[in-house]
Write a protein that binds this ligand. Sequence first.
Ligand code: SF4
Length: 426
Amino acid sequence: MTTTASVDLTIRDITATSADGVCTTDLLTAPWDVDVSPGYGPGASMDDAIPAATPRQGELPAEYREASNEELDHRIRAAKKTLGDRVVVLGHFYQRDEVVQYADYVGDSFQLANAAKARTDAEAIVFCGVHFMAETADLLSGADQRVILPNLAAGCSMADMANIDQVEECWEQLAEVYGTEPDADGRVPVIPVTYMNSSAAIKGFCGRNGGIVCTSSNAESVLEWAFERGQRVLFFPDQHLGRNTAKHMGVSLEQMPLWNPARPLGGNGEAELQNARVILWQGFCSVHKRFTTTQIKKARQDDANVRVIVHPECPMDVVDAADEYGSTDYITKAIAGATSPTTFAIGTEINLVQRLAAQHPQHTIYCLDPIVCPCSTMYRIHPGYLAWVLERLIAGVVENRIEVSPGVAEPARVALERMLAAKPKG
Ligand code: SF4
């Protein structure tokens, strides 16, 4: 097999001989073939239920669908040259290499939103990521900047697991259980905390209700901030990040009930809710859910000195069995900081893992999941869409603009600003 950072090439190499090493041969399907069908597309989150209100991508013009990779490469580079500083292209860590190669900045969602904010000269920000990331870039960028998502169908199945109507309904039920009055120390009954991987509407909900946003890098300091102001926390949408972080802070599992939005009181009794310190929304990332303790055991059998690092979106037993856990930023820095050749088994999305392996040939770096199964929504961004939005910009047309309405944007920014003010520990 070719040693490459490209997951696309890896998938083609594997499927040329057998389909055993990939989660679905649908990965070979062109993304425009699935734009019309209701689903997240081939990859790790394809089995999740896509909400009816999810935006649909219109048909990509034939000239982009039919163009060869070489032609698209030529057209994207030429368009970027013509647009110059008028455009900035952002590429998420989990994006395919065939797209990342055109990015002016590569990083996690928050790093990229800040990169967009710093580029005040760019009138258009093309975000090669997923929908909530483009919304965050719109929240943080200037009023005259336009944020573009090359394929509107690139959502995030985890973010879509908490919609605003369900969250409002949950909030009303919690108010009935806890009331709304602060205790003797001035702490309100519940502080809502949302992971960055959520819609702008949820961030706005947090801003309106005394809550805050967190990332996987600062979740612990954000929870400390919340516990100073509230008796308990409602954490969404990722139960695993919430559980792993709160557990590390000493909160017991009995004090972390799960909230199923389809059931009254989230499927809990009043006594459980009264005892709660962190109420976990029943959401998850389908990419990180794939990692298991069996994979970690196998990695240790193969090499007793292996260093296992997983993302905190992984289930608790996986995080507990790993040597370390941390955000994508933590993982990239841990590998960059290793001074002697090391074997790393990594529990995060395959595009980042293969890129890190290519960037650090002195180490052995591999994905814990032996099956190649990229984030299906990231996978919706293909160079064809990038070429299309860039060439339309040259023609004076802003396609696929992501714009958060002012009524949502204002409180969402409040929640983000609270996060920036909540300093990390140490
Ligand atoms: S990796 Fe998971 S959380 Fe990230 S965009 Fe994909 S589905 Fe969403």
